[in-house]
Design a protein around this ligand. Sequence first.
Ligand code: NAD
Length: 354
Amino acid sequence: MMDSFVFPGMTTRVVFGSGTLAQAGDELDRLGQGKALVLSTPHQEADAQKLAEALGGRAVGVFAGAAMHTPVEVTEKAIAAFEKSGAGAVVSLGGGSTTGLGKAIALRTGADQVVIPTTYAGSEMTDILGETADGRKTTRRDAAIRPETVIYDVDLTLTLPVGLTVTSAMNAIAHAMEAFYAPDRSPVIELMCRDAMQAFKAGIPALIEDPRSQPARARALYAAWCCSTALGYVSMALHHKLAHVFGGSFDTPHAETHAILLPYTTAFNEVAVPDALAPIAEAFGGGSAGGGLWDFAREVGSPLSLKEVGITEADLDRAADLAVENRYSNPRPFERADIRALLQQAWDGTRPGA
Ligand code: NAD
């Protein structure tokens, strides 16, 4: 129990269950929005079209151009479609890329957002938006970015490929890992993160056995909600900084990058805050939080080395430079040499502490 804390309260309405997609129309009505533009990636366009049909007169159409890291040129095209349609809301159906597009539209137009997440990336509960323009990714936090309503429908995650199921779960666990030691954490967030660790530990191996297992999908999506809430209400540190460096400057895929770095960043900070990270060690076993996560990653077939996302050993020097360009809070103080050593381990792919 912490001596003192501030809990800001949650502002996003959450609808969770199986078949909840059918409630999207009611949720739009609840927001007082008669018309909405449905958003998706090209890959999920058919699902978005089906949703638009189900929404009937409430849907003004589908914009299926969402892309990873929210390119500003895509946002501009989507805003043109949104403004022409006279809609007052967006319905974002998909993973973090689609949610990001919805947030970018909302920030610039004041649109209400109903988000229907289909991965575990966890953008839906947050006030964070990362965008790319001219090859540079910038991130900002603003209350106007946070979605009004999130509908979690377990049925929509049944089609999530096993590879993305695993890396997306590791991406979610990374939010909880940094929430456990965040200076602005509270008991509510800590409880959610503890529960999420247990749910992922049980749920992910069950999904590898049977990707369409409804109970295991429900467990994993519930855990994703907990981790997204953690990301949305506390500050992140070294792990998210490093993931941002690789995604933003080396164009590595988002979920895999988080998955690879997680055991190493956890082990690095565990030296300074072993008690804060004890819930991870307890959930994943292996005698330590970093070691336990590495063992889990190996068990569920998650990538373990930066080589697997195309990073060369020579890239590690530039990544270390970028990681220490600006100072930010982290439970364990570090110099460039410490980061370079951490990255070497993440590139070698060896078990932390070995
Ligand atoms: P994604 O949204 O790019 O999805 C990956 C691919 O999987 C896409 O083609 C998508 O259409 C497909 N897909 C998604 N759900 C599916 C399903 N259930 N079945 C079949 N295919 C499905 O990937 P992501 O990892 O969810 O999101 C990554 C993006 O989200 C990055 O741009 C990242 O920066 C952003 N993000 C932002 C925040 C935030 O708070 N701002 C948090 C997490 C992630």
